[in-house]
Each structure stands twice: as structure tokens, then as C-alpha cells.
Design a protein around this ligand. Structure first.
Ligand code: NAP
Length: 318
């Protein structure tokens, strides 16, 4: 299908349907802005891949990430937000009327809120890509169910790795948690839970050096970071939980990015282009949490509201 130009000019287009994006949509709609949210895959973003969220205020019994994402979408849509499931392939941000281009459509808007989040990091081992979905996974809450009563390896030492290991310990017979250092980055609350979980074995100071597929399973070869000796683990699946890359490929060469790829912006969420705001994990920030993402969404929408209010006057002066 050819790319069709949608002549309508939205007040704000939000790219990304995670907590930052849907909070921005909620605030923008409540401020009376004509709001479109574009999402490429499924609502909720990274949160949708999190099995259990206990640190989101007001949700006293915890909630799974997918349900939280759907609730955020519903709440924003109750106030008039429109979601279109299309992947943005190009952006033109420098002119007064900005263009957001997908495979099939070109959308026009006065302001943009980027809330594209991040994607999981790979170990970059030679045959890792071929084994994705065939023993190698990046989302325990999505794929953990395939490993009931099996043996799995989780790599990483952050909150994602520990929450993944804890989730998998409730399904699998045995979980090995492999980390390259002897101290974990994860919150103490998860470390304590892990220490009490009998079927999780922590293997510090090791990295994965090779993946050897075999019939109905995988040999994960570990290498001691100090001694260089190898330790094979025969398992059924490997979960790589080592963090994320910001989803900023679209903005390279257009917006000011950190060396690590995150979009440079302070707490105001303003980028170096007027009318373009950035919210959530994709922005430079010290803490990437759901609450910090939602906070950004609200701030970005308030700035977009002010920007749009002055839009007519600015266009007139051009
Ligand atoms: P992270 O905090 O950046 O941790 C990544 C972990 O993977 C680190 O332990 C790191 O080791 C290790 N690692 C990185 N590259 C590696 C490699 N190539 N080989 C082996 N190990 C490698 O990432 P995250 O755990 O995905 O968390 C991201 C953000 O989401 C954090 O702010 C976290 O708090 C938040 N989060 C919160 C929750 C929750 O509260 N429920 C759940 C999930 C995530 P080093 O420690 O040695 O660097």
C-alpha cells in the first residue's frame, strides 16, 4: 500500500505506547489537545514484559506489566486519546508543522513527544541470533511458560535478571543466575528473595562464552572472568536479562544524543528542537522506573500544551 498523507494536523503525536507515552496521552487529552499515539508492536512497552510490579504506587497487591499497560491505555483513551498501531519509519521534526511517517501514512502535528523506550541487549555470541526463540529468550514473562519443570540459565545482575530468575523459579525445576561480578546491581528486596529461593543457584564472576545447541536443549558454556576456566551448563533455555538499548535509531543525526544513544534532555523533557519532547527510558536520566517514566509523560504533555498554545502566534510571525 502506498504512503498516504493525512492532512489533519494533530496538536501532539506521541511515539510509543508504554507508561511514558500513555501518561503523556492522558495529560495531553485532559488539557484539550488533539492527541494521536503511534505504537509499533503492543501497548505497555517494556513494562508489558515484566511479570510482577510491586513498586507502582497505589497498586497495593501488585500487578503484572501487561495488565498495567492495558489499564494505562484505557485510561488515556477514556479522555480521547487515539492509538494507531503503526511503526514510525521516519520523522521530519525541524519545521513548524512536523511530519511523522509510517510505512502507510504521513501524519502532521504541532508537537511531538518521543516515548520509544528501549530494546533488550544481546550477548552478541556467534549463534545467538539463530537460537532466538529456540532456547534463547529476552523476556521471562513472555516465554517462561515454555520451561515448566525444566532447567534454565538467566544472565545478568540487575532488577530485570533477578525478577526474571524469581519468576522462572516458580515455573522451572532449576534456575542458574549467571553474573559477571560478585555484587548484584539489583534492589536488595530481590536479592533477599533470591537468597531464600532454593531452586535458584547464583554463579558470580562468570560470563557466557558459547552457546552449543543440542537436541531438546542447550549447553551454555560459562567462562570464569578471573581464571578463564570453562564450566558447561546443560539446560533447556537461556534468558538474557542484561539491560536495554534506547530505541533512538530514528532520531540519530536529528536530535542531540548521548554516546550511549539516549536522547539528551533534562527534567523539562525538552530536546534541542522546539516542540519536540522526550519522556521515559529513552531520555538521559539517573533512574529508569515506571514512576519516572510516567512523571516524564506528564511533564512532556504540560510542555507540549504550552508550546501548542503559542503555535498560532509563532506561525503568524514566520
Ligand atoms: P541494568 O540495571 O542496566 O542491569 C544490567 C545487568 O546486566 C548488570 O548487572 C550488568 O552487569 C549486566 N550486563 C550488562 N551487559 C552485560 C554483558 N554483555 N554480559 C553480561 N552481563 C552484562 O538493566 P535492567 O536490569 O534491565 O534494569 C533496567 C532498569 O529497569 C533499571 O533502572 C531497573 O531498576 C528497572 N527495572 C525495575 C524493575 C522493578 O523494580 N520491578 C524490574 C526490572 C527493571 P554489571 O552490574 O556488571 O554492569
Amino acid at each position: 500500500m502506498a504512503n498516504k498523507e493525512q492532512k489533519h494536523i494533530y496538536d501532539v503525536i506521541i511515539i510509543g505506547g508504554g507508561p511514558a507515552g500513555y501518561t503523556a496521552a492522558l495529560y495531553a487529552c485532559r488539557a484539550g489537545l488533539d492527541t494521536l499515539l503511534l505504537e509499533k508492536e503492543s501497548v505497555g512497552g517494556q513494562v508489558a514484559r515484566t511479570s510482577q510490579i510491586d513498586n507502582y504506587p497505589g497498586v497495593d497487591c501488585g500487578i503484572d506489566g501487561f495488565s498495567l499497560g492495558v489499564k494505562m491505555q484505557k485510561q488515556a483513551e477514556q479522555f480521547g486519546a487515539v492509538t494507531i498501531m503503526e511503526e514510525v519509519t521516519k520523522v521530519e521534526l525541524t519545521k513548524e508543522v512536523k511530519q511523522i511517517i509510517t510505512k502507510h501514512n504521513t501524519y502532521f502535528c504541532k508537537s511531538v513527544i518521543i516515548a520509544t523506550g528501549a530494546t533488550p541487549k544481546h550477548l552478541d555470541l556467534p549463534n545467538e541470533k539463530e537460537l532466538i526463540g529456540k532456547g534463547v529468550h529476552y523476556c521471562a514473562s513472555c516465554d517462561g511458560m515454555f520451561y515448566k519443570d525444566k532447567t534454565v540459565v538467566v544472565v545478568g545482575g540487575g532488577n530485570t535478571a533477578l525478577t526474571d530468575a524469581l519468576l522462572l523459579s516458580r515455573l522451572a525445576k532449576k534456575v542458574f543466575l549467571v553474573h559477571r561480578r560478585d555484587t548484584l546491581r539489583a534492589a536488595k528486596v530481590y536479592q533477599k528473595q533470591m537468597a531464600k529461593t532454593e531452586n535458584i543457584q547464583f554463579i558470580p564472576k562468570h560470563i557466557v562464552s558459547e552457546l552449543l545447541p543440542r537436541e531438546n536443549g542447550l549447553d551454555v558454556i560459562l567462562k570464569n572472568v578471573a581464571g578463564k576456566e570453562l564450566m558447561p551448563i546443560a539446560c533447556d533455555g537461556l534468558f538474557v536479562s542484561i539491560g536495554h538499548y534506547p530505541a533512538t535509531g530514528l532520531f540519530r543525526g536529528i536530535l542531540d544524543l548521548e554516546d550511549s544513544g539516549y536522547i539528551k534532555a533534562n527534567e523539562s523533557t525538552c530536546t534541542d528542537i522546539p516542540g519536540v519532547f522526550v519522556a521515559g527510558d529513552v531520555r538521559t536520566k539517573p533512574a529508569r522506573q515506571i514512576v519516572t517514566a510516567t512523571a516524564d509523560g506528564a511533564v512532556a504533555a504540560l510542555h507540549a500544551e504550552n508550546y501548542v498554545a503559542d503555535f498560532g502566534a509563532r506561525s503568524h510571525n514566520d
